[in-house]
Write a protein that binds this ligand. Structure first.
Ligand code: ADP
Ligand code: MG
Length: 351
């Protein structure tokens, strides 16, 4: 007999996530009772994943569970907050126990790693869709916003944006792995797939940035587009140094072996989505605190915020593009202009 709605919630979700003393009442009643700490502001975020839009049809259930939470944690991180509680609204086409088991495991492992309690949700039938809401705390008035960047600030990014989108391309290209004869190319593609399927949101970094950064945004729709949003909110422009853009060993290996062209790698880095990284600005007066992070390799300075002189001009410009990384391929200024133009502004409704 198929599992009923209440048995399903009990079996897979009642004990998912961490146990927390600030959850007075969790799953089981009409609402959860939660006790926020005094002297903190509450940060609330929500993000949905829809099959075929945010993940390929045959994605592993554990990856879907992980990503549904990870994209929300990335938003919490970009606010400089510490996540505490999650709600999960799940729309399922059918009850598939093996799928649910894996989904709940993917969700719960990430939740426990960040000590997040799953305090409630909703379960309905329909096309596969997952909506998660996360709440977290930040000391009053310390939350980061998109709007705080000022001319002269250093423009920074965590991790290596572009990896997840390159991994997704591999997942969506049948046979790509099988035709990659060279073992090192296969391994690079697999590493990038992992970056799409199991991104690690920068929660600890976000918390540290609350004391350092002037503005922050989660990089989820593509680096250039998200930088543009932060700059628009801050009424500033920025110049980025293409040669300072970080590149992962896996993406580098694909370019070096010719499995991916330099311009495609740059396109993924500037416009690929799904990374769960943070882009942020730091006043030069806090350079020494930033140096601790750059020394650890966790973040890179990629440019500088400048004042907005002409509001009709593009907010994001690139400086003295040299030939990329000594490669033979020359990327022309026109290539770059086109690339930046298309990289800025991913919009679900602009098709
Ligand atoms: P109601 O019909 O009163 O909204 P539900 O049957 O939807 O109650 O939910 C019962 C309890 O289970 C509630 O506490 C709700 O928050 C929780 N819940 C429902 N679906 C989920 C889920 N997918 N994950 C976690 N908790 C859930
Ligand atoms: Mg309900």
């Amino acid at each position: 007999m198929p599992l009923g709605e209440f048995a399903l919630i009990n079996r897979y979700f009642r004990a998912a996530g961490a146990l927390r003393p600030d959850v007075v009442l969790g799953v089981g009643d009409d609402g959860a009772i939660l006790r926020p700490p005094p002297d903190c502001d509450l940060i609330a975020v929500s993000d949905s994943l829809i099959e075929g839009v945010h993940f390929p049809l045959d994605s592993p259930a554990a990856s879907i569970g992980h990503r549904a939470l990870a994209v929300n944690l990335s938003d919490i991180a970009s606010m400089g907050a510490t996540p505490a509680w999650a709600l999960l609204a799940l729309t399922l086409p059918r009850v598939d126990e093996a799928w649910l088991e894996d989904f709940a495991r993917g969700f719960s492992e990430l939740a426990r790693a960040h000590e997040i309690a799953l305090v409630g949700g909703d379960t309905t039938r329909g096309p596969l869709m997952i909506n998660v809401q996360v709440m977290g705390f930040v000391p009053q008035r310390h939350a980061l916003r998109r709007s705080g960047a000022r001319p002269g600030d250093l423009l920074c990014v965590s991790g290596t944006p572009g990896d997840a989108a390159t991994g997704l391309r591999c997942l969506q290209t049948p046979g790509l792995l099988d035709t990659s004869g060279d073992q090192s190319i296969r391994e690079a593609w697999l590493a990038l797939q992992q970056r799409f399927e199991y991104p690690m949101p920068r929660v600890d970094l976000g918390r540290r940035l609350a004391a350092i950064a002037s503005a922050c945004i989660d990089v989820s729709d593509g680096l250039a587009g998200d930088l543009d949003k932060m700059l628009a909110a801050s009424c500033c422009s920025a110049v980025i140094d293409l040669d300072a853009l970080p590149r992962s060993a896996a993406l580098g290996a694909l370019v070096e072996t010719g499995a991916l062209s330099e311009i495609d790698a740059l396109r993924y880095t500037l416009s690929g989505g799904d990374d769960c990284e943070l882009a942020f600005c730091v006043p030069t007066s806090r350079r020494s605190a930033l140096n601790e992070l750059t020394r650890a390799g966790a973040v890179h300075v990629i440019g500088e915020v400048v004042s907005l002189r002409d509001s009709a001009a593009p907010r994001l410009r690139v400086c003295s593009p040299r030939k990329q990384r000594g490669s033979e391929q020359v990327i022309t200024d026109n290539d770059l202009t086109d690339l930046l133009k298309t990289a800025v502004g991913f919009d679900h409704f602009a098709v």
